[in-house]
Each structure stands twice: as C-alpha cells, then as structure tokens.
Design a protein around this ligand. Sequence first.
Ligand code: COA
Length: 172
Amino acid sequence: MSANLIIRPEMEVDAPVIYHVNEAAFGRAQEAELVDALRGAVTPFLSLAAEVDGQVVGHILFTPVTVKSETGSWQAVALGPMGVLPAFQNQGIGSALVQEGLAACRAAGYGVIFVLGHPQFYPRFGFAPAPPRGLPCEFAVPDDVFMVVELIPGALGERKGVVYYHPAFRGV
Ligand SMILES: CC(C)(COP(=O)(O)OP(=O)(O)OC[C@H]1O[C@@H](n2cnc3c(N)ncnc32)[C@H](O)[C@@H]1OP(=O)(O)O)[C@@H](O)C(=O)NCCC(=O)NCCS
C-alpha cells in the first residue's frame, strides 16, 4: 500500500473529483450520479475519500437503509457505492477505505452495516450473507452478494426484515 495514502472525510470541494472517481471505477456514470443525488438528501451521508500524494483516487459512501418486518421497521446503514481509480486498484486502497469506513460507522454508533457487492471482497471485513439471517434485500439479487456485518455486539441480535435502500438506488 502507498505510504502516502490518507483516508479522510469528504470535503465540499471534493464532489467533482469523487464523481470522476466513481465514473472511472465503474466505467459508467450511474454510481457517480447516485452519489450526487444522495448528497444532501440523506442522513447519515458518511463519505470518505482516499488521497494519494494529494490526489483523490478512491471513495466510499455509507447511507441509511430501512429494515421492515411485520413487527415494525428499524434503521441501519449500507456501504456503497465505493470505487477506486483503475490505475490505483489492487494496491490495498479499497480495503483501507472499507476498514476506515467501518471504523467511522462504529464510532458514530452505527452497529449494523449492509453491502450489496462482490462476494469475494467484503467477507474479509466480516461481512456474511444477509438473506440466510432473515435479512433479504428489496432487490432480487443472489444471496451471496447481499451481506451484513454487526459492528457493535448485539446491534443486530435476532432482528429480521427486508432491507430497503433510498429510492435513488432503484435507478442504478
Ligand atoms: C472493488 C474495488 C473498490 C476494490 O478496490 P481496490 O483498491 O482494488 O481493493 P484492494 O486493493 O484493497 O483489494 C483488491 C481485492 O479486491 C478484489 N476485487 C476487485 N474487484 C473485484 C471484483 N469485481 N470481484 C471480486 N473481487 C474484486 C481483488 O480481486 C482483490 O482481491 P485479492 O486481495 O484477493 O487479490 C475496486 O476494484 C473498484 O473500484 N472496482 C470497480 C467498482 C466496483 O466494483 N465497486 C464495488 C462495487 S461492490
């Protein structure tokens, strides 16, 4: 990993470069547009930038989700989207973003984090498939790509329900 890597909260000035990072990472604009749509629209909007030698090369976002069951609903947080510029991938920057992001979530008191993403990548940070725990995603996705991690012991417990993202995610 680069010795000059810094993971820090997003600043106002970062918005255009974060758009560029996500657009380049995903090779399309949908995720970049999603980040812009969520900024200012949701709380929490926990957004971190990865900087190498002063250049923003990676980004991770955590936003709220609602888990609904027959007995009521509760709030949790979802990781995503996240992206690293192609030229900077496979150097540990994505892992550093996930680790720092989860630490920031834990410090803020967010004890349950979901992610919809690569099943080979997120389990190394403690994520495990959510549907077998009675926590399916609102979107029809394979069980292994929708994952959950309990950051604060007891935060998840036996709670179950369907996980709903902000409506802006439906367009992606
Ligand atoms: C996923 C991503 C954020 C990882 O960032 P990174 O800086 O390359 O991550 P790291 O260097 O810390 O770790 C790289 C690991 O991620 C894995 N990875 C990257 N893309 C992957 C993919 N599409 N499917 C599965 N694993 C993937 C690599 O295989 C590597 O695994 P290894 O450590 O076993 O070799 C980055 O590849 C990226 O921006 N991809 C395009 C956008 C994207 O897919 N975002 C995530 C949506 S869930």
